[in-house]
Design a protein around this ligand. Structure first.
Ligand code: SF4
Ligand code: SF4
Length: 71
């Protein structure tokens, strides 16, 4: 199972990945004056990698994760 890993330092908060995610498990969260994408529902992610392909800034990479363990 591959899950998106978001480099929050480089994420611009543009929201493209949020719009691209079919099961809507990505959302934008505010951190002070910045916002960036987070995977708020790991178990809902299908690993389709659409978000990785959609991100214009190459901020998302798909990584193998054992989702049976707590994040
Ligand atoms: S891999 Fe697919 S399901 Fe998972 S967060 Fe990205 S777009 Fe959504
Ligand atoms: S598409 Fe990329 S830069 Fe835009 S919110 Fe998603 S991860 Fe951040």
């Amino acid at each position: 199972m591959q899950l998106p890993q978001i480099d929050t330092q480089r994420c611009t908060g543009c929201g493209w990945c949020v719009a691209a995610c079919p099961p809507h498990v990505l959302s934008l969260q505010h951190h002070g004056w910045q916002k960036h994408a987070v995977l708020h529902n790991i178990r809902g992610c299908t690993g389709c990698s659409l978000c990785e392909r959609r991100c214009p800034f190459g901020v998302i990479s798909m990584v193998g994760k054992d989702i049976s363990r707590p994040a």
